[in-house]
Design a protein around this ligand. Sequence first.
Ligand code: SF4
Length: 319
Amino acid sequence: MLEGRQQLVYGPVPSRRLGRSLGVDLVPLKTCSYDCVYCQLGRTTRKTVRRQRWVDPSDVVAQVRARLESEPDVIALAGSGEPTLHAGIGDVIAGIKRLTDIPVAVITNGSLLGRPAVRRGLADADIVLPSLDAPDDSLFRLINRPHSTLRFDDVVDGMITFRKGYRGQVWLEVMLLADVTGIASEVERLAELAARIAPERIQLNTAVRPPAESFVAPVSAGSLQAFARLFAPHAEVIADTAPAGGDRVAARADILALLSRRPCTVADIAAGLGIHHGEALKAVTALVTEGALELHSHEDRSFYVAASVTVENRDEERS
Ligand code: SF4
């Protein structure tokens, strides 16, 4: 179990795929079946395929209820690890569905969809967003660095089986990395696999946020548009969320909760928390001065990250 009374719900955050998304964290930071080279949360510190009740589903549902007044577009089970590693994910989804009609989405790496219990747990979600980043086993190992028990063919077969039995929408994310999978021959192979999975939508992404490994580089916007046409149906390129600042005063706890899940620009923070750009800038500048946030540069853009995340990752590397 997670210790103490943790903040399990954060945002709404500006999701590039879902709009204003109320994030729900079901597993501890970097508890995942993968260790993706592009992960924006750094290296995986607990690589596992063992499902547990990391947190009480009724606590999660109570925290969601308390945040519904923020009027998110969607409630997304995602956060700081792989949400299907929570053995009670079905109870969480059922509890949220009893509270609200706001759609529930699950952002998953898809690695456990071959398991009947995982498919049953996701049955009542409105949208499931799995990832497909590699066209074969060797690139799967290079990019996703999966748990040793996971086989690429089984993961793809699991996604196909899930799609056949699931009533909701499946939106497949394909993450392309420059000079690795961001080349036409690899994209064509990914497109063939995506057609077999047969999702409602295919969404192309690239490493726009600071990655776990420094050799990871994003594919250019022009190349992404060209690659999108290789998919049938054509893939969408996920555009960066535009800033849309409001006038709510930034709550320090909200900013820290948001930035402990994902690195954000000032524009992301303003859009996600519904605050003015200047207010967001003022708040993060103060938090950097205090040492609670760090500023990282990636591809000529400035991202803020909670210092607790980088410290946790450094500690894990040392141990
Ligand atoms: S990107 Fe997602 S699937 Fe990959 S290591 Fe990070 S949390 Fe896990």
